[in-house]
Design a protein around this ligand. Sequence first.
Ligand code: ADP
Ligand code: F6P
Length: 325
Amino acid sequence: MGNKKIKKIGVLTSGGDAPGMNAAIRAVVRTGAYYGVEVCGVMRGYNGLINGEINPMSPRDVSEILQRGGTCLMTARCLEFKTKEGVERACEIARVYGLDGLVVIGGDGSFRGAKDLSNAGVPTIAMPGTIDNDISCSEYTIGYDTCLNTVKEAIDKLRDTTSSHERCSVIEVMGRAAGYIALEAGIACGADVVLLPEKKYDFDSDVLRPILEAKSRGKKHAIIVVAEGIGGVIEMAKKIEAATGIESRATILGHVQRGGSPTVRDRVTASRMGARCVELLLEGKANRIVCMQNGAIADVDINEGLEMKKELPKDLVELVDKLTV
Ligand code: ADP
Ligand code: F6P
């Protein structure tokens, strides 16, 4: 490997943080060092590029971060970067700092920024870091597995109190407009009802009926998992209580889902993807997303990746129906 033009690169995290981002940063820094490339950490997403918050990172600077949630480079949403002037300023700063390439770890909003940077002359490679698992070109996004495990622990605990009080728990999980977290957490936690933004539902037949049928069989508690894209869990709990007579409570799991020490899956996938990002830059590539396809690390053009569509796995959606019968 050896593109003589790439001597110094930057790495940044952008959008919502996700467990495993630190493992990815570490992989970028250490893979860079392995190939003799200097790596600089860009602070606070695209803000750091615009403001020149850019610091060299040695392999030792990324010691002890692999096991930590969050991101040591901080993350942010940067509105200025969405403007032409913002991108031009970021490019100028990249030139001033001598960055020959950039690795962006984030979600699809961050990928659009990466595309703009590549088009403006800074070779950029992106990789998916988001708990939502909603990046179309990738079967997997860093942080998803850790998030699912956090949700599993929380719902298991809620089940203890829900069943003891013979109540109904209506639980909102994150995922923005996507239902991946709700779908897999619903299966893993044995939810009685799972509501996904990708699937229309009818309150009477899809929510009330299963609860009432279970009640008639003698089951006195229920776990309802609702994706953030559906929302309205407080109202829904009230409606369920009024219609069924089962005391109901709503819980919004919220940002706890974004924290915690990354699982093995997230650490390993983040490390593989981070390393691949550096190698692509060294191969002279730009404007690509490192992703997972058929279980292997792959890469696609950012424009193509952003246009791809991803659907919830049909077999898992059907499995929910089978298991909640
Ligand atoms: P995520 O990357 O998790 O999807 P956001 O959508 O908030 O998170 O995007 C993160 C950052 O990426 C934004 O604050 C902005 O700086 C940049 N960004 C988002 N959308 C665009 C866009 N359409 N064009 C350029 N940059 C964008
Ligand atoms: O994209 C990750 C995510 O946690 C989504 O699941 C959620 O909709 C959003 O970010 C929350 O964003 P914020 O941290 O800005 O409230």
